[in-house]
Design a protein around this ligand. Structure first.
Ligand code: UDP
Ligand code: MG
Length: 344
């Protein structure tokens, strides 16, 4: 892994000498990888302005099915393919990171392996990249074949995270995007473990723009993001980019003190003016339960952050690679067999 302090001075070629990497993390996608590679290859060969060279980096995130065997067979026939096989399932964001660490291209496209992100968008991505943009993200206009639950939780998630975080993260936008080499190098230098890639990319800055698309249905199989993973992902996103939840304790504290003070005033007034003395059971039990709840919530929030500090401080590597297959853009002879006229 190259480590460069900051990404200043990272040269990004944007002309006809620019190279392209396509990074795809896959987990149990044996039925999808063949079609995925076919579609990507078709798109790259038909690009209006083909890159000087390209590579497809498929990261096998510890699949239990035949994914790795399929990938090996595909790599055997296609020198553009590069396989990074992780030692176990590390999760989508880490697998994507492993791919980005491996990518050599001037432009790097990150996409899902289930064809929900249409490779055909790469042409549009590259147009914006050549215009000088460093990040071109794809915003979902419509999402086909998703459950109501997924649509609702996703819509809430994007809006909550937008309100809570201190970097501006575009709504309804996943990790499907093009990044220039200097953005990828900046990510390479951000080694935080609880990774929320789209937040990191927003944080990096440079010139960013978005294009809209309709998200397709999965080609085959079912989602590899169960509710538990979605929940962990949302927590990672919020805690990585916001300290607001930590401040909730202070706000709760103020709110509860003010309410307590008003209640006390009321009780005293009642006693002075009417001589009435409340038996007090309801107000006491309310105070105990409410305060107890608030305290547990805030301790829980503290725990989320402290746990993450502990995790970071251990300094373990983000992932372990079991096997590398193919060399992608590192191969000496690398050109795109193009059917389209080469624009110079
Ligand atoms: N994925 C992965 N590791 C995981 C879970 C998912 O590499 O632990 C990959 C998966 O193979 C796919 C992408 O991440 O290429 C997005 O996952 P999925 O399509 O299941 O998510 P959804 O589209 O349902 O949000
Ligand atoms: Mg999917």
């Amino acid at each position: 892994m190259e480590v460069i302090a900051g990404s200043a001075g990272v040269a990004v070629r944007r002309g006809s000498d620019a190279t392209l990497s396509i990074v795809v993390p896959v987990y149990n996608e044996a039925d999808n990888v063949g079609e995925l590679l076919r579609r990507i290859t078709q798109v790259v060969r038909g690009l209006s302005a083909p890159p000087a060279g390209y590579e497809v980096i498929l990261v096998d995130d510890g699949s239990h099915d035949a994914t790795f065997a399929m990938l090996q067979a595909l790599a055997h026939d296609d020198p553009h393919l590069r396989i990074v096989s992780l030692s176990r399932n590390f999760g989508h964001q880490i697998a994507a990171t492993a791919g980005l660490d491996t990518a050599r291209g001037d432009a790097v496209v990150l996409m899902d392996g289930d064809l929900q992100d249409p490779p055909e968008l790469i042409d549009e991505f590259l147009v914006k990249f050549r215009q000088g943009y460093d990040v071109v993200f794809a915003t979902r206009r419509r999402r086909a074949g998703e459950s109501r639950f997924k649509l609702l939780t996703a819509a809430v998630f994007y809006r909550v995270i937008r309100r809570l975080t201190n970097v501006s993260i575009p709504v309804d936008t996943g990790d499907f995007r093009l990044m220039s080499r200097r953005v990828v190098v900046a990510l390479r230098n951000s080694r935080e473990r609880h990774r929320f890639i789209r937040g990191l990319v927003s944080w990096v800055g440079f010139r960013q723009t978005g294009i809209e698309y309709d998200r397709a249905e999965r080609f085959s199989g079912s989602s590899k993001y169960p509710v538990s993973k979605m929940f962990k992902f949302a927590l990672d996103g919020i805690t990585a980019f916001s300290e607001i939840p930590l401040r909730l304790a202070t706000w709760f504290g103020f709110a509860v003190s003010i309410i307590g003070f008003l209640v006390a005033l009321y009780e005293v007034g009642l006693h002075i003016f009417t001589g009435y003395n409340l038996p007090g059971y309801t107000s006491t039990i309310f105070a105990i339960l409410f305060l107890g709840g608030v305290q547990l919530i805030t301790i829980g929030i503290l725990g989320e952050y402290v746990g993450r500090i502990y995790d970071e401080i251990k300094g373990r590597p983000l992932y372990l690679v079991a096997e590398n297959v193919g060399s992608g853009l590192d191969a000496a002879a690398d050109s795109v067999p193009s059917t389209a006229p080469v624009a110079r």
